[in-house]
Design a protein around this ligand. Structure first.
Ligand SMILES: NC(=O)c1ccc[n+]([C@@H]2O[C@H](COP(=O)([O-])OP(=O)(O)OC[C@H]3O[C@@H](n4cnc5c(N)ncnc54)[C@H](OP(=O)(O)O)[C@@H]3O)[C@@H](O)[C@H]2O)c1
Length: 244
């Protein structure tokens, strides 16, 4: 673990291309980083690159979201450090057979992590920003990916409740809702030339601005906010007939 005078920015699921772009943004700003994820070898490479290019302090920590208990262990690993922000990027997308795994990785693991951060912050008197990457898929269940959408909807409801609980204590909770982003998750599933497809750096920039600003829920890119408002407004008796 690094001992840094600067408050830590904790990036969980740090091998995601969106997380990598966000880590670069943080490093450019000279922030001290903790990268967490299940692939330590890959994390070490990312960390070494950031240290060399930007001269910042970067630590890595193993974290497997499929295993209950990992969130508490991870938070314990930086208990002695002040934390400025923690952003959870990790997520998996599967079908009906992976529903329980998605509920664990996409929702329950983040809940365990954020509850531990909230408890630790109350103890230390600190006020870190807590942000998690959800998805527009959580706004409404569609036949093409409703198990994934349901796991993200559960995350949205969890974050809303946590925000409500922590607001009086001065802690911010941010829900990030990307549409399509050019990563492994969309490879072969979304037309690579689609104008709706965002680059990881664009989404990372929106996340950085959300953390520096005051938003509670952020759609990225911005045009997903009106698109999803329309999708949510379609009456169920019509929606059930659509091929989405
Ligand atoms: N791409 C999109 O269009 C899109 C749209 C909406 C929301 N999102 C969300 O954006 C986030 C990042 O996804 P991405 O698009 O960058 O896809 P990705 O490249 O597949 O990244 C997924 C990340 O989750 C990590 N992860 C998966 N299972 C894990 C586990 N058990 N423990 C710890 N880490 C685990 C992966 O780590 P490994 O490298 O070890 O596999 C990787 O860092 C996800 O929450 C995803 O649901 C993506």
């Amino acid at each position: 673990m690094i001992e840094s005078a600067k408050p830590l920015h904790v990036i969980v699921g740090a091998t995601s291309p969106i997380a990598r772009a966000y880590a670069v943004d943080c490093a450019v700003a000279g922030k001290a980083l903790l990268l967490a994820g299940r692939n330590l070898e890959e994390l070490e490479l990312i960390a070494a690159d950031l240290r060399i290019r930007y001269g910042v302090k970067v630590a890595v920590e193993r974290y497997d979201a499929s295993l209950p208990g990992e969130g508490c262990r991870l938070v314990g690993s930086f208990a002695s450090q002040p934390v400025a922000a923690i952003v959870a990027f990790h997520g998996i997308m599967g079908g009906r057979d992976e529903f329980v795994a998605m509920l664990q990785v996409n929702c329950a693991a983040i809940a365990e992590l954020f509850e531990a951060v909230a408890d630790q912050s109350a103890h230390a008197g600190s006020k870190p920003v807590l942000a998690a990457v959800s998805s527009v898929a959580g706004d409404r269940g569609r036949q093409s990916n409703y198990p994934y959408g349901a796991s993200k909807a559960a995350l949205d409801a969890y974050l809303s409740g946590l925000r409500n609980r922590l607001h009086p204590l001065g802690l911010r909770v941010i829900t990030i809702k990307p549409g399509f982003v050019r990563t492994r998750l969309t490879e072969g599933k979304v037309n690579p030339r689609s104008p709706l497809l965002a680059e990881p750096a664009q989404v990372a920039d929106d996340i950085r601005r959300a953390i520096e600003g005051s938003a509670d829920v952020v759609y990225t890119r911005w045009f997903w906010s009106p698109i999803m408002a329309i999708i949510r407004s379609i009456p169920e008796f019509i929606f059930k007939r659509l091929r989405l």
